[in-house]
Design a protein around this ligand. Sequence first.
Ligand code: NDP
Length: 302
Amino acid sequence: MVYDVIIIGAGPAGLTAAIYASRARLHTLLIEKSGCGGHMTVTDQLENYPGFNGGINGFDLAVKLEEQAKDFGAKIIYDEVTNIEDGKIKRVVTVNTSYQTKTIIIASGTHIKKMNIPGESAFIGKGVSFCATCDAPFYKNKNVAVIGGGDSAIQEAIYLSKFARNITIIHRRASLKATKILQERLLSYSNISVIYDSVPIEIIGKDVVEKIKIANIKTNNVEEVKTDGVFVFIGLLPNTDFLADITLDNKGYIVTDENMNTSIVGIFACGDVRKKHLRQVVTAASDGAQAAVSVGHYIETL
Ligand code: NDP
């Protein structure tokens, strides 16, 4: 059988594309590697998603989007896409099988960037974490370091403050990158402090994390900060390794036009995986809607 559209990735972009494509009565298959929702499933509160004054839990929103897509008729399967092949009829190759389709929407999102310093990999699960909502309860009344100065680092540091005794944010610049409302909010937490102009160079411990070694980039001074945990939030990298011929930017994000067309006709991209300025759940949803509508227009021309 040949699908009208195969969507790769079930984050907010892919799920929204599935809702729009199914409502347009396109025969829609959504392929997801792990679980629906993507990064937002580990976000405690999305307080800037329109319509939910006071915030909505990221996992809860993901469940609602998944139900909505299924109710309109989208089929969701769990498998990992390893390749896509262009042609009049395109092929999406997965670990287990392959599927035929007239069009493809890539909504494969991003994965967490690592620091790649000694101790980081060795202490994963023993003090190093990339998810505050998953691991914060293990740090009740303990001291933790949070690495990064963007929205994720500040939002997660605030979440950790409900559990940990003291949180030290370590940021490589002289000022934070996070949105102003998060920076303002940070000031009201007496148990959160920030060390600026500093980069982690080693995570140290015997069986579990005991210290993090940091270097001041202005003075070259090296110091060790005692900590029970290191939470790393230094950004995201695009999931584009499985793509061979599509044009990417110099950071690996997919280049599209405003209608989500990629460099290959009939292949579209949406959400965090594409080159753009603002990566939010609301912009992912917007991209997904546009991608599905563009698919509809393209199929009419076939
Ligand atoms: P960002 O890329 O925005 O921030 C990454 C931070 O880590 C920056 O401060 C960066 O420093 C620092 N950093 C990068 N590499 C290293 C390194 N090797 N060592 C030390 N520090 C490093 O990533 P986020 O995960 O915070 O956010 C990703 C996207 O998701 C953004 O678009 C963000 O707006 C969005 N988001 C939105 C939220 C919301 O609206 N509530 C919540 C969470 C994320 P530098 O500044 O020097 O580059």
